[in-house]
Design a protein around this ligand. Structure first.
Ligand SMILES: *Cc1c(COP(=O)(O)O)cnc(C)c1O
Length: 467
């Protein structure tokens, strides 16, 4: 007779990586004195640091992914023919298979696709509704003569709202816009998943389906910013009841099926350092785009990409839709975010797909916004541990053209963006510990004053001094 085995409580399932490390890139270790000098020389602006002086680089997840051995092997089979490279056909096949669009045009990166699409579809005086703007996307819409209209739900603007799909479109706002300007003035609805500027927040399948039905009833197209659509698919799988049992690949394909085309930055989800594409289902628009791409990007079978890079991207797409990959990718972001939440450090919730956003207003309440608390916090994280983050607050927001005053944005944030497959759990631990150390000493910090201010996109090159 066997003893009954007592039931063991189910342990937490780890997000551990579905890969092991084969090549390493040694990092320079710096002393605090060296870092103090480096950040002072950089005018307390993390954009002006040399990457060599950075230990953990969380500036962006754009083009900073680690490629797999299969991708590197793909680089060796680059077919650098000017026309009809075999790597183009690998890429086309991967996009058709996993995203489901009919016609594919490679571009040098996401903004290349945005430029072509905006030029073709937008006429002066048009309106383009979208679930929050993205910098390059909106700029191309405006350069083509259009006006972007934000139709995201109100919860997206509240760093403390726990709404599971803060990227959702507000159907009432969209309906109101269609009534106000007329469907014929709306060339397409611009939908992003996940929404970068809202903190990597997802849009639900149910919401996109409803947007699609509304759009179809008015004969309006939907164009997806597919940059982080795979990460969006993960949140649908985790949070939307009908999708718990579905694979990421199946969810992604259904998601894209509610749109008429996409622009894509391969530098994010697709696990490569450069590249992008434009995808379309309508043969007439495709024909126009294929013609325009030779003016701005390159022939339609390379569009500004080397053959080897198209091959690496084709392989990256396939790797990116594996459930194990995406669980580990977002699991790592959640691991860092949860640690900070456990230590009562103010961050934007829910934790998004690609980054943790520190709430600098809550972190440094004694520093007024015009003394640049998020800028200071980013500089301080570098001084503390060599971690490079990015300001997303008053410096990024710029000045009002008419009055010359700063814009005072509601959200004063520092973004810790996690590159894909690059850093280890120990790096995340160290990051959390550094944030905690700065938080513990926060009362000692004084603000900054701006001593050099460039005219455009000042956050890239502005310089500061300690007060
Ligand atoms: C990065 C990004 C883009 C632009 O892509 P690039 O490859 O940098 O030109 C567009 N939309 C979103 C949401 C992005 O994050």
């Amino acid at each position: 007779m066997t003893d009954a085995i007592p039931e063991r409580p189910r342990r937490r399932r780890s997000w551990a990586e579905p890969y092991k490390i084969k090549v390493v890139e040694p990092l320079k270790m710096t002393t605090r004195a060296e870092r103090e000098q480096a950040i002072a020389e950089a005018g307390y602006n993390t954009f002006l640091l040399r990457s060599e002086d950075v230990y953990i680089d969380l500036l962006t997840d754009s083009g900073t992914s680690a490629m797999s051995d299969r991708q590197w092997a793909g680089m060796m089979v680059g077919d650098e023919a000017y026309a009809g490279s075999k790597n183009f056909y690998s890429l086309e096949e991967a996009i058709q298979k996993y995203y489901g669009y009919r016609y594919i045009l490679p571009t040098h990166q996401g903004r290349g696709a945005e430029n072509i699409l905006s030029k073709i579809l937008i006429k002066p005086g048009d309106y383009i509704p979208g679930n929050m703007y993205f910098t390059t996307t909106r700029l191309h819409q405006e350069l083509a003569g259009g006006t972007f209209v934000d139709v995201i739900i109100d919860e997206a603007h509240d760093p403390r709202s726990q709404h599971p799909f803060k990227g959702n479109v507000d159907l009432q706002k969209l309906t109101d816009l269609i009534k106000r300007v007329g469907a014929e003035r709306i060339p397409y609805i611009s939908v992003a998943g996940t929404v970068n500027m809202a903190g990597g927040q997802p849009i639900s399948m149910a919401n996109l389906r409803a947007v699609y039905e509304l759009a179809k009833s008015h004969d309006i197209r939907i164009i997806l910013d597919a940059t982080r659509a795979v990460e969006n698919a993960y949140f649908i799988q985790q949070r939307e009841a009908d999708y718990h049992q579905q694979s990421i690949a199946i969810i992604l394909k259904e998601f894209c099926s509610y749109t008429d085309g996409c622009t894509m930055s391969g530098k994010k989800d697709a696990l490569v350092n450069i590249g992008g594409w434009l995808a379309l289902n309508d043969p007439d628009i495709y024909e126009e785009a294929r013609n325009m791409i030779v003016i701005y990007e390159g022939l339609h079978t390379y569009g500004g990409m080397a053959g080897r890079d198209m091959e690496a991207m084709a392989i990256g797409i396939e790797e990116s839709v594996q459930d194990d990959h995406i669980r580990a990718r977002i699991g790592q972001v959640e691991y860092l975010g949860q640690k900070l939440l456990d230590w009562n450090i103010p961050i934007v919730v829910p934790i998004g797909g690609h980054a943790i956003y520190l709430d600098a207003k809550a972190f440094l309440p004694h520093i007024p916004q015009d003394q640049f608390p998020a800028q200071l916090l980013a500089a301080e994280l570098y001084r503390e541990a060599g971690i490079r983050a990015m300001e997303r607050g008053i410096v990024s927001a710029g000045r009002n053209k008419d009055t010359g005053d700063h814009y005072y944005p509601e959200l004063e944030l520092v973004r810790l963006t996690i590159p894909r497959r690059v850093y280890t759990q120990a790096h995340m631990d160290l990051t959390a510990e550094a944030v905690d150390e700065v938080y513990y000493n926060r009362h000692r910090l004084r603000g900054l004053k701006m001593v050099y201010e460039p005219k455009y996109l000042r956050f890239f090159q502005a310089r500061f001094e300690l007060l």
